[in-house]
Ligand binder design. Structure first.
Ligand SMILES: [Zn+2]
Length: 82
């Protein structure tokens, strides 16, 4: 068994539009991080997991969320092959 770790660094991209780093706020929809612009288009608010701080940029919010949840601001992807 081999595990490859991909460190995406502090890259932040909206899971809807792939941009949005500098928009304000944003939210989490399940495991998707949605930027402030795309957040306005959400039609199923009951699926929102967490609403980010509207006074911070989407980038700041995502990095803080990663630190809080994973202990690092880097986007770590682990791929395990057998
Ligand atoms: Zn977006």
């Amino acid at each position: 068994m081999e595990t490859t770790v991909i460190d995406g660094g502090e890259e932040v991209a909206c899971d809807f539009c792939n941009f949005g780093e500098e928009t304000m706020g944003g939210l989490l929809l399940g495991s998707y991080a949605i930027c402030g612009d795309c957040a306005k288009t959400i039609t199923h608010p009951e699926e929102i997991t967490e609403v980010f701080d509207p006074n911070k940029t989407f980038r700041q919010n995502v990095l803080e969320y990663r630190v809080r949840t994973y202990g690092t601001s880097h986007a770590i992807t682990k791929i395990t092959t057998w």
